[in-house]
Design a protein around this ligand. Structure first.
Ligand code: AGP
Length: 356
């Protein structure tokens, strides 16, 4: 079994370390003509739905959060909640349906309901010939390779990278010069390699400090929020520590009530546009005794504002939702191991959920 794990103690760690390769294959495999056709579909759509479950939904949120900059209005839909939106579905609409396995029944049922009403469904999946791939109008493949660990890691980052490429294609279609962003996308595998190298030790130290904690908040604003949501999900899934992601500004409307001396709060600073505002939440939380952890850009003065900074090498704005999630994956992994759990086989979870 050690052989299939390539010398790593767990698949989850192996798959975290495989991310530079998975991203390189995914970026190299992008079909730009296809992305540009989907970009045109999005630009002429009446409604744009962004659909997925779990980590795939979070990947979708990183895309949805960018569209308003182009005056496009996305409707993010958690797959199991699609019926709330069913009456909106119409032939002038486009859905981006995200599922690494392509077999999650909630996502398949939602996509079917959409297609029945004429919505064009664009699938983003890691599995060629999967049910979702077969039943969609267009299929964009991620090339993460097979993921054995139950918690999504490399499939998540390749989804985010693919959706970033799609966003880039939309920018291009409206006449924006994207040459700088294209360079950023090509440099993403190397940026992730550097991030793993620079943050693994720090994440392990942090896991030791988190070991006895029963609960944590993950806070972020704007594009940092889906990254925080994914980080919190990882911690719950494999380390069994209650973790709640919240929009940082909203945390004072309730969640702050739980904060007392030593309560861990993880702040995500991947979105450069919301850094100042998030800092005011750091101050608020610290005033209540919170232990303020922050995933922050390296070489900035943000580290000084936190009790425990994790510094991420600069990779650019397009790449940030990918690079900033990496130390959060590592934290969840090491916290699971510290607490004596097998991160590859979390209790109660299945890799692919085929019941509604
Ligand atoms: C494992 O529990 C995953 N992290 C889970 O949230 C997963 O992302 C979700 O079940 C969706 O799976 P899919 O991408 O295969 O549709």
């Amino acid at each position: 079994e050690m052989a299939t794990k390539g010398g790593y103690p767990h698949f989850m760690l192996k798959e975290i370390y495989e991310q530079p390769e998975s991203l390189a294959s995914t970026v190299a495999g992008l079909e730009w003509a296809q992305l540009s056709a989907v970009a045109d579909m999005l630009l002429s759509a009446r409604n744009i739905y962004v659909l997925g479950a779990g980590s795939s939904y979070h990947a979708g949120l990183t895309f949805a959060a960018r569209l308003p900059r182009l005056r496009l209005t996305p409707v993010p839909i958690i797959a199991s909640e699609y019926y709330t939106y069913e009456r909106l579905f119409d032939r002038d609409d486009v859905a981006i349906a995200i599922s690494q396995s392509g077999e999650t029944i909630d996502t398949i049922r939602a996509a079917r309901a959409m297609r029945e009403r004429g919505v064009k469904v664009v699938a983003v999946t890691n599995v060629v010939g999967s049910t979702l791939a077969r039943e969609s109008d267009v299929v964009i493949y991620t090339r993460a390779g097979p993921e054995i660990g139950v918690a999504a890691t490399k499939t998540f980052t390749t989804q985010v990278a693919t959706l970033s490429a799609l966003y880039l294609a939309v920018l291009k279609a409206v006449g924006v010069d994207t040459s700088e962003l294209e360079r950023e996308l090509k440099a993403l595998p190397e940026a992730v390699r550097k991030t793993i190298e620079n943050t693994a030790g720090t994440a392990k130290d942090l896991a030791k400090r988190m070991k006895e904690k029963r609960s944590a908040y993950y806070l972020g604003r704007g594009l940092s929020l889906p990254v925080a949501m994914e980080g919190a999900l990882k911690l719950k899934e494999v380390a069994y520590i209650h973790a709640e992601a919240y929009p940082a500004g909203e945390s004072k409307h309730g969640p702050i009530a739980l904060v007392e001396e030593g309560f861990p709060v993880v702040f995500v600073f991947s979105d450069p546009d919301t850094r100042e505002k998030t800092l005011s939440n750091v101050a608020e939380m610290k005033a209540r005794g919170a232990y303020a952890i922050g995933v922050v850009p390296a070489k900035s003065d943000l580290a000084k504002k936190l009790d425990f900074p994790v510094e991420v090498p600069e990779s650019g704005e397009l790449a940030a939702p990918v690079t900033y999630v990496v130390p959060l994956q590592l934290l969840a992994y090491f916290a699971a191991v510290e607490r004596g759990y097998d991160p590859d086989k979390p209790r109660n979870l299945a890799k692919t959920v085929t019941v509604e």
